[in-house]
Write a protein that binds this ligand. Structure first.
Ligand code: AMP
Length: 289
């Protein structure tokens, strides 16, 4: 298990990745905000696998950067959990070769930074409605990371389903030469979707947090039994989450490609929820098959 090369300076990172690409290497990138868990690790292992595809020299890379521009003024930027040493050990175990870890956010967003990537339609509604500016921050930092790294493939989790749609739209609209790979949600044994923010949950919060996945699974089972009424499925899920003592932000059923709300939950429709457990905002989603 070799330690990954850790680079803090974006320009040095860009030079290293450019040299690899020029030498014919295949590059995979996993952007993260760190405090890595099994969900991130599934992306990192897949990055290793995808980098090695095709018989070329593979370089599996990850970034660890808590991006200030995707946090709202009243959100948890200053207390977002961090553990760079632990993260690097996990990257090593997953076979990651190189990690971009800017020590200072100004390395990525200089004080005179003035360019933003705004993905309009995909950022509307859902998390975009309750977190104004969030997806502008996400799209901008991911655009920077893709330009710095120029990976052949970049991997993202379906856990952040709207984020994945925003990034796919950005890559399509800006003709970015990269494959975007979406990866399934990794859950705890009890069903809770893994998230760095689960670190905020107390033992008493746990049943409240679990109500999100329980509500989604119940809807998935009802849809599998033939329930097609999106309004009824949403109402039941809202009830379940509220009963458990969490505060619903949204419960939606959408077309998985356009994220437009649907009236009938046809197989493949995606159900997404966001809810507050105390001050902690959690999200989760499931495909209604
Ligand atoms: P974050 O560090 O929260 O920005 O997440 C980095 C990447 O990991 C994003 O593409 C997330 O969608 C993905 N991710 C986070 N949690 C999970 C999970 N439970 N399962 C799969 N992917 C995840």
């Amino acid at each position: 298990m070799t330690k990954p090369e850790v680079i803090a300076d974006p320009a040095a990172w860009q030079a290293r990745c450019r040299a690899d690409r020029d030498a014919g290497a295949r590059i995979a990138l996993v952007p993260t905000m760190g405090y890595l868990h099994e969900g991130h690790l599934s992306l990192l292992r897949e990055a290793r696998r995808r980098a090695d595809e095709g018989g070329r020299r593979g370089i599996a890379t990850a970034s660890i950067f808590v991006n200030p521009t995707q946090f709202g003024p009243s959100e948890d930027l200053s207390r977002y959990p961090r553990d760079l040493e632990g993260d690097l050990a996990k990257c090593a175990a997953a076979g990651i070769d190189r990690v971009l870890a800017p020590a200072d956010p100004r390395a990525m967003f200089a004080p005179d930074h003035e360019t933003w990537v705004s993905v309009e339609r995909a950022s509307e509604g859902l998390c975009g409605a309750s977190r104004p500016g969030h997806f502008r921050g996400v799209a901008t930092v991911v655009a920077k990371l893709l330009h710095l790294t120029r990976p052949h493939v970049a991997l993202f989790g379906e856990k952040d389903f709207q984020q994945l749609a925003v990034i796919r739209a950005m890559v399509r609209d800006l003709f970015m030469d990269v494959e975007v790979a979406g990866m399934p949600i990794v859950r705890d044994a009890d069903g809770l979707a893994l998230s760095s923010r689960n670190a905020y949950l107390s033992a008493a919060d746990r049943p409240r947090a679990l109500s999100l996945s329980r509500a989604l699974f119940e809807a998935r089972d009802a849809a599998a039994r033939g329930e097609r009424d999106a309004g009824a499925l949403r109402a039941r899920a809202r009830e379940r989450i509220a009963e458990a003592g969490a505060r619903v932000d949204y419960v939606e059923i959408v077309d998985p490609r356009t994220l437009a709300p649907v009236v009938r939950a046809e197989p493949g429709a995606r159900m997404l929820v966001a809810a507050f457990v105390g001050p902690t905002r959690l999200i989760d989603n499931v495909s209604l098959r």
